[in-house]
Write a protein that binds this ligand. Structure first.
Ligand code: SAM
Length: 268
């Protein structure tokens, strides 16, 4: 299959960026047969990243297998915020005079393929990164992507107890789509990403509530919980953080169409 044929097949299947996608598939396929198979899988509706086997995220190539949540560009904003915090920069109080930054122990909860953990490991000096996901397929990817410890299990349950009270950055892109809105997601997500990666319960905040409730046990004094939400969910998420004993604030990026809520465990 040559490039014009690949473009035509992808365009006929409704791929809006058929030329770009064809170029990526051609650059990734090792044989003509492999290229044909990849084009067919993409034409059948698999997310491009799952066909390629990788997603670009914070200038890294993150391995992504079929059936694993594809890291989104907007989540780079969460990483940017977490990197600032890990370096001791906290805008409402910046610079943190007289305070040392929290220790560079970083946890990526609900890590999926591990994009956040991998990006933070690359950006934060001497970070010790731990990542957790409940889905075995995600954990298999994360083990290829995260230079650190990757565990399978429910939220905090598999983390080593020695991390209690020690975590500087607790980053989490948890599932946050309200159950009733999953049907409105693009077919690529509905059909090829697991329900457990998308479903956040009736208001989308079920998993976030559990993460916030557990965070004070794991954060170091001055440590931060950083969670992606929708813009609409941010005020309620901030109230949940406050009820868990964290000092909340929200940050957004219009460029990346992203919102994160940051909760800080105020040193007593
Ligand atoms: C929206 S995806 C985000 C994945 C990754 N953080 C990213 O940004 O690419 C949410 C992830 O949370 C995981 N997950 C859902 N419930 C979980 C739980 N109770 N404990 C651990 N992981 C969970 C899912 O398997 C999925 O990989």
């Amino acid at each position: 299959m040559d490039e014009p044929l690949a473009v035509a097949r992808l365009r006929a299947a409704g791929c809006v960026f058929a030329e770009d996608e064809a170029r990526l598939l051609i650059a990734t396929a090792r044989t003509p047969d492999e290229l044909s198979a990849m084009v067919e899988r993409r034409a059948a509706g698999l997310p491009l990243e799952q066909v390629l086997g990788w997603a670009e995220f914070c200038d890294l190539r993150i391995a992504v297998d079929p059936g694993v949540f594809v890291p989104r560009r907007r989540t780079e904003f969460l990483v940017q915020q977490a990197v600032l915090l890990a370096r001791g920069y906290d805008p409402p109080r910046a610079p943190l005079e007289g305070m040392t930054p929290p220790r560079a122990i970083i946890v990526d909860l609900c890590c999926g393929a591990g994009a956040i953990g991998a990006a933070l490991a690359a950006a934060v000096d001497q970070a010790e990164v731990h990542a957790v996901d409940i889905d075995p397929a995600a954990v298999r990817c994360a083990r290829r992507n995260v230079p650190g410890h990757v565990y399978q299990g429910d939220l905090y349950q598999p983390l080593p107890a020695r991390l209690k009270g020690q975590v500087g950055i607790l980053a989490a892109n948890v599932p946050y789509v309200p159950t009733g809105e999953i049907g409105f997601l693009p077919p690529e997500a509905r059909a090829h990403e697991p329900f457990v990666a998308l479903d956040g319960g009736p208001d989308g905040l079920d998993v976030l509530r559990r993460v916030a409730a557990g965070a004070p046990d794991w954060l170091a004094p001055g440590g931060h919980l950083v969670i992606e939400t929708s813009e609409r969910q941010a005020p309620l998420a901030a109230a949940v953080f406050a009820a868990s004993g964290l000092t909340p604030r929200a940050a957004s990026s219009t460029e990346l169409n992203a919102t994160v809520v940051i909760g800080t465990l105020t040193p007593s």
